[in-house]
Design a protein around this ligand. Structure first.
Ligand code: SAH
Length: 348
């Protein structure tokens, strides 16, 4: 038992553990060690970001996707998915609304929709920057060529989120069809970082076939890759996917991993994700109380909100809705945090 406390101390001073130590930390956790881990993570986060919570307006620009990831509700072969794509004007409208609500980061996320070619996105990014000059633009549009990423960066996109999904090749292959490769995913992440994007990776907690040693490798990958952002949330099954009958991941383990990731990289931008808020009514508060410092409310047009269904019952209303920012602020204040109007760049 004592050695678990020692492991936590070691992690918070060295920001590194061996694979075996990460495994041990996860396997041997109990209420007391989790409490200690959480306390260290919050302390670390407060030393850098105080009690600020950064918000990102999430605009889901298209649910059309050429890929067929086994876990994802908007996978190409899901015939029951009601497809949509926002046009440039609609996206700009969302951005303007987000800006007036106080968002200074706009995130464009979508399936891998071939309609959004480089020229289209370059034009879109320039227009957003013209309308909302002091906003950061984050993209989360999947795998593209290095040349494409470079064009988007040159058009002044600031950040890119591309979850690695799992740092274990064999596990990656169990979550994706053969035409998607672990190597390409990792190559994309490296390219994004080399180009100069503030880069985010991440993974699902409790995805089908995930073992504790897979999670340890995810943590080691985060330690070595040194991302600026990291999105983790529980896997939640979607009824129209091959993984419909797999159990959801745990909110508790997700929070514990948020704390560990905070200690691995003290200045990381770490969201309490929608998936965490979906499986647990207090999920996002618990995420923030475990060391997360970012929340990404939904800014998509109301008419498409229930169509970007990555998993069953995905939240997009209530406190997930950008329009309910006031409630979110009150919620955060009640646990000692302050939602701020700020780009929320990483503090180096
Ligand atoms: N096409 C983009 C965006 C994907 S959606 C890309 O490839 O990056 C964003 C994230 O949602 C995915 O990276 C995945 O980790 C997560 N996700 C997808 N299906 C999910 C599910 N069933 N449960 C929980 N998270 C899921």
């Amino acid at each position: 038992m004592n050695d678990i406390f020692e492991l936590i101390d070691k992690l918070s001073s060295k920001h590194s553990l061996s694979l075996e130590e990460y495994e041990k930390l996860i396997l041997a956790k109990n209420d007391e060690t989790t409490e200690y881990l959480k306390r260290k993570a919050v302390e670390t986060r407060k030393n850098i970001y105080g009690n600020s919570v950064f918000i990102r307006g999430l605009i889901e620009i298209s649910n059309i996707c050429k890929n067929d990831c086994y876990y994802c509700g908007i996978r190409g072969s899901n015939k029951s998915c009601d497809r949509y794509r926002l046009n440039i004007e609609e996206i700009i409208e969302c951005c303007k609304e987000g800006y007036s609500l106080g968002f200074r980061t706009l995130v464009l996320q979508g399936g891998e929709d071939g309609y959004f070619r480089d020229e289209m996105l370059v034009d879109l990014i320039r227009k957003i920057k013209a309308e909302c000059p002091d906003c950061a633009v984050t993209l989360s549009l999947g795998e593209r060529s290095k040349e494409s990423y470079q064009r988007l960066y040159d058009a002044s996109a600031d950040r890119y989120l591309l979850r690695h999904e799992t740092a274990t090749k064999e596990h990656y292959q169990k979550l994706h069809p053969d035409n998607l490769s672990f190597e390409n995913r990792m190559e994309c992440l490296k390219n994004l970082k080399d180009i100069g994007f503030q880069t985010g990776c991440g993974f699902m907690v409790g995805s089908p076939f995930q073992t504790v040693s897979d999670i340890a490798r995810d943590l080691k990958f985060i330690e070595e890759f040194r991302p600026d952002m990291c999105g983790i949330g529980p896997f939640i099954p979607h009824k129209d996917t091959p993984f419909a009958n797999h159990p959801a991941g745990s909110a508790e383990l997700t929070c514990c991993l948020l704390s560990i990731i905070r200690l691995i990289k003290p200045n990381i931008l770490l969201p309490a994700t929608t998936a965490l808020g979906t499986i647990n009514a207090d999920g996002r508060e618990n995420g923030i109380k475990s060391g997360a410092n970012v929340i990404m409310p939904n800014l998509s047009p109301q008419s498409v909100r229930n169509k970007y269904m990555l998993y069953d019952n995905k939240l997009s209303d209530g406190n997930e809705s950008a329009q309910n920012l006031e409630n979110l602020k009150i919620k955060m204040r009640s646990i000692g945090y302050e939602v701020v109007t700020d780009r929320g760049d990483i503090i180096k």
